[in-house]
Each structure stands twice: as structure tokens, then as C-alpha cells.
Design a protein around this ligand. Structure first.
Ligand code: TMP
Ligand code: ASP
Length: 250
């Protein structure tokens, strides 16, 4: 697999074309940003860790009937993915109150929500990824009602699967962000990544509200030990994936 041309460089990944037009190569970087890139840094080894976690979770979700863009992982920090047109909507699913939900509603951090909250944010850095309403989504004409219904259904299913999965890792899935894309046949595929950069993950073996944080909030809030937290997530996720592989003989 040879990379051809750099198509796009995002905050955490670089996208290259390949000799196959329907296949792209994603290179996961160690760069970390927060607060719309106002805070910048590096998390050593993050590219490889996030690539390994995302690849494992995509493969597992695919086996459960969730279509994803994942093809394979030719190198530790590289993922081959199906070329999709990314929908400019970030879909956030929340099981507990944290982050912007607490800031904007006053709900106490950690409160278990009575139902999984699905939210849509416009994927637009210049505008600071604002929270959208369903009607604003329709107004902007970036997604059809039918696609929106399908995406919400997929997001809720993914949440059920991931909650189960992380429970088995002794990790609470607080919330996470998903992105979806359309392939050449206009099928909706789960895209981007699922990793400690894009999820809030709390260690169930810890009760202290800072010690339990295993995700990018360690970087956002300067809690220290970012690398080791990411590695711990990788270890637990890959151990769980290994159990799954053995149970299905993969
Ligand atoms: P929030 O509470 O800051 O809105 O974040 C909700 C979830 O989305 C959290 O798991 C972190 C993730 N997220 C991203 O992946 N990218 C982003 O740019 C932001 C703001 C949040
Ligand atoms: N990824 C986003 C950024 O830099 C925000 C975040 O994850 O907190 O800017």
C-alpha cells in the first residue's frame, strides 16, 4: 500500500489517496488539540494507540452489523478506509452528564441521564462546531430527514454495543462523538475514529473524579499521565477484543 497524495490534514489525522480510488490511507498523529485548537500539544504514542483502538472497535462493530469505513491497519498508526464523503455533522451520544452538557444546562457532572442523549454539532471549526437543532440541520440542507433518522438509529445502536463493551473493560462510557460518511453508493458508513480522543471514559476501578479519567479530558484539563491513561484504555480494549476473537474463532 503506497500513499499517493495528501488530501487533507486534520488536527489528529492526515488523509492520503492511494492507487485505488475507493481506498484512502489515514495516518494517525500524536498531535492533540482542545478547545477548537486553542490548546495544542502532543501525546506521545497517541497515533498508534488511537489507531489500534479504533481499528479494533470498527472491526468488532462491523461484525455486529454496523457498516464502517474500516478496511485494515497496514501499520501501527495507519488505517486503510473506504473513501466516503464525510457528512458535516458531529453526532454526540451521552449516557452521563459531562463537558458542554454540564456547562450549558447546569446538570451535575456524572449524573446518569434517563435516556441516551443524541446531539448534533455542525462540523465547522470557524464557527466553533455549534450545537444544532433538527430544524437547523434541515435548514442548512446538509442532510436529509431520512439520513438523519438513520444516523440517529445507528448512533443509538453503536452506543448500546459500546456501553456493553466498555462495561466489560470496567470502563464507563460517559459520552462520545461519531462522524458518518456516504460511500459511492450513498450508503451511510460510520467513519472518523472511536478513541480516547473522541470518547469520555471513566475507570470503574477508581472513584476519585480526576483519577478515573482515561480520555482526552486529561489533556484538556491538564490532569497529567495522559499517555498512561490512553495505554490503559488500549490494553483493556485489546484484551476484550482478544476474548471476542477467541469466542468467534477469528
Ligand atoms: P463536549 O462535552 O465537549 O460537547 O464533548 C462531547 C463528546 O464529544 C466528548 O466525548 C468529547 C467528544 N468531542 C470530540 O470528539 N471532538 C470535539 O471537537 C468535541 C468538542 C468533543
Ligand atoms: N478536537 C477539538 C479541537 O481541537 C476539541 C476537543 O476535542 O476538545 O479542537
Amino acid at each position: 500500500m503506497t500513499q499517493k497524495k495528501k488530501l487533507y490534514e486534520g488536527k489528529a489525522k492526515i488523509l492520503y489517496s492511494t492507487e485505488e480510488p475507493e481506498v484512502l490511507l489515514t495516518y494517525y498523529k500524536d498531535d492533540a488539540t482542545a478547545f477548537n485548537a486553542q490548546k495544542r500539544g502532543q501525546i506521545e504514542g497517541k497515533g498508534e494507540v488511537n489507531c489500534a483502538i479504533a481499528a479494533a472497535l470498527f472491526e468488532w462493530l462491523e461484525s455486529l452489523g454496523i457498516p464502517t469505513h474500516y478496511i485494515d491497519r497496514p501499520a501501527a498508526n495507519q488505517m486503510r478506509v473506504k473513501a466516503v464523503k464525510i457528512l458535516p455533522v458531529e453526532v454526540v451520544v451521552r449516557n452521563r452528564a459531562a463537558g458542554s452538557l454540564c456547562r450549558q444546562t447546569g446538570l451535575p457532572e456524572g449524573k446518569v441521564l434517563p435516556f441516551p442523549l443524541v446531539e448534533y454539532y455542525l462540523k465547522n471549526d470557524e464557527l466553533g462546531d455549534p450545537l444544532l437543532t433538527g430544524d437547523r440541520l434541515m435548514l442548512l440542507d446538509i442532510i436529509t430527514q431520512e439520513q438523519l433518522t438513520q444516523i440517529k438509529e445507528m448512533a443509538l445502536k453503536i452506543n448500546e454495543h459500546l456501553q456493553d463493551f466498555f462495561n466489560r473493560c470496567e470502563i464507563t462510557l460517559v459520552d462520545f462523538k461519531l462522524e458518518f460518511g456516504l460511500d459511492a453508493q450513498n450508503q451511510i458508513l460510520l467513519a472518523d475514529e472511536i478513541s480516547p480522543d473522541t470518547c469520555r471514559l471513566w475507570d470503574r476501578r477508581e472513584t476519585d473524579p480526576q483519577a478515573r479519567v482515561m480520555d482526552k479530558d486529561r489533556f484538556r484539563k491538564d490532569l497529567g499521565q495522559v499517555e498512561s491513561a490512553y495505554q490503559q484504555v488500549q490494553q483493556r480494549v485489546l484484551a476484550q477484543i482478544e476474548q471476542w476473537r477467541q469466542s468467534v474463532n477469528k
